[in-house]
Design a protein around this ligand. Sequence first.
Ligand code: HEM
Length: 248
Amino acid sequence: METIEKNQMQTAIMDSELSEQIKAATKDSHVRAENTELMLSYQRGRVSLQQYQLLLCSLYKIYEALEEALDTNASHDAVAPIYFPQELSRLESIGKDLEYFYGRSWREKMMISAAALRYAQRLREVGRDHPEYLVAHAYTRYLGDLSGGQVLGRITQKSLGLKSGEGLSFFSFPAVSSPNLFKQLYRSRMNSIELTEEQRSGVLQEAVTAFELNIQVFNELQDSLSCVSDTENEMRQRHTQHKQSTTA
Ligand code: HEM
């Protein structure tokens, strides 16, 4: 990055409010997240059923830990202003989607990546040791879901040929009538949180970590799928070789 741009970003980070600081601090991370293979599939307008199912499994574990940490710390000064369980909670919606795809025994059929478990572990640590950092995690997930996430929902529906709403609850926020207005409210609530300079810089650092944890989940998910397709290709090749040798 050019030095002038870097200086400008540092000035923006120092002078502005938390919502602007966090956006500036995670700008590069956002670009990196958008450029993961999984997100590129989305941007190409193509996502497979396996990709979506595995993503839902990981998201279940992530939101389970996030929402538990938020509930436990709901009255903490740095959490109360951004605590919107009715409008934002995702755990139940993801559960519904998993039931749609896997049936009633979805809990036993879920496949959870090590990266999702690490992310959930970090959320539990933050909830226990640094509740003031929860805003970084809530921002990264919920504001993302209300931004690019809305487009991802439409792509999922189209790619998988799902009927309106079926298996797509994760993307739907029935208690938020205007995502843009809600994001404005959320940012103003973030800006009302009182933080010491040390806490503020911890929150900004944690937001970068939150993006990094998401990137790791996406990468691991994609790697596991390419592993599956490599094995499938190998099996297909062996099958063809076997057929050739038996017909020769
Ligand atoms: C905001 C696109 C992936 C987190 C946005 C916005 C767009 C967008 C258009 C609105 C920017 C604005 O209002 O100024 C995308 C696309 C993605 C993607 C196309 C991938 C296909 C992600 C991921 C995360 C994320 C993976 C995090 C896990 C956020 C957050 C915001 C945001 C936190 C709010 C920024 C703010 O207003 O402070 N995204 N996004 N996005 N996105 Fe993404």
